[in-house]
Design a protein around this ligand. Sequence first.
Ligand SMILES: Nc1nc2c(ncn2[C@@H]2O[C@H](COP(=O)(O)OP(=O)(O)O)[C@@H](O)[C@H]2O)c(=O)[nH]1
Ligand SMILES: [Mg+2]
Length: 386
Amino acid sequence: MDIFAEDIAKQAMEAISQRIRNMTTLNIVVVGKSGVGKSTLINSVFRENLAETGIGRPVTQSIRCITKPGFPLAIYDTPGFELGKKQQAAVKDEVLKIIHSGNTGHDINKAIHALWYCVNVGSNRTFDESELEWLRSFTEENRLTRVPVFIVLTQAFPKKKAEEMKRCIEGENLEICKVCPVLAQDIDFDEEYVAKAYGLDTLIEVMGQVLPDELQDTLMNVQKVSLRAKKKRAHAAVAAAVAAAFGEGFAPVPFADAAMLIPTQVAMIASITAIFGLDVDKSVLTGFVSSALGSGGATIVGRTIATNLLKLVPNPGTIAVGGTISGATAGIVTTALGEAYILLMEQIYLGTMRAEDLTTETGASKFKELLNRRKKKALPDEGITE
Ligand SMILES: Nc1nc2c(ncn2[C@@H]2O[C@H](COP(=O)(O)OP(=O)(O)O)[C@@H](O)[C@H]2O)c(=O)[nH]1
Ligand SMILES: [Mg+2]
């Protein structure tokens, strides 16, 4: 069976768009007075400028839902929360109503998955009593619905003051997940001192600890603040793909049939791409496939695939015996391919490599060099069990 790198890239493109289309929608309610920094927070955490460019539609008297087509996130914003006690009570009832109606159909896409209660550190002396009352009453009524509540201390500067507020709130023993101080954007004091943004990665990482498994890929897809969390999830996706396809029950195949591994690898690449939430196009994928599996636009035959995949493995000597690919070998080479792709996604995420670089000769050789460096860094017997 002959295959073109471009065909594999096309399959991968299709798998990626299907993957993203099928992602579970993450629904977050954001509560807080006007001006505390809700919009800034949302735009800084998520990769689309949702608060700015999203489409808002009113869902209740005082709550609107912001979404963007093709983006698996919905933010329920609560404008007017500052307008006194009556309005705050109304917001509370409406939030609870939305939570209940989200739960009725047992559709995870409709449920509310988290509530961010935002309080501004800069302008508050202490935590306002009326806000505490709101939280006490809300968390009480949330006992059965159990929507995870995060208190986000926005514009958390000076840090010492933020820490004080955090301790004060923690002392209330509310049923909340976490108090997270954040500075969403740098603050520039007369150009003499800059307070650096911080805390957004922690907010996402603690969210990751409480969200159900169905939402983990979505959370990684939409967030743009924790590369560490994206990589961790991507590594897990590689391990899961390998275990599912090449675990027990995989009958060894001849080298010439290495193309059999491709559907699993295409699905794995799609998962990783969805987790990184990066726009990759067909030329990038063609470039990657060509550099990993074979050469240029030419057809790649099974044997070439096997040989080139083995080149990605730090120490292929011990596994390339017998002329057949066992489940363990298939796992090792597929893992190596996944790790190479994660490396590429990381470079693109960090901006040290542009997506289109891979289609040029200098870009491709730069990537090869990175792969080699990664291979050398790996322990001599990394992952090899056969
Ligand atoms: N430098 C900086 N400014 C912020 C931050 N958060 C909010 N602001 C500013 O505070 C003002 C109100 O923020 P906004 O996000 O619109 O608040 P919202 O009404 O709660 O949505 C805006 O001028 C923001 O630029 C932050 O983390 N850093
Ligand atoms: Mg706003």
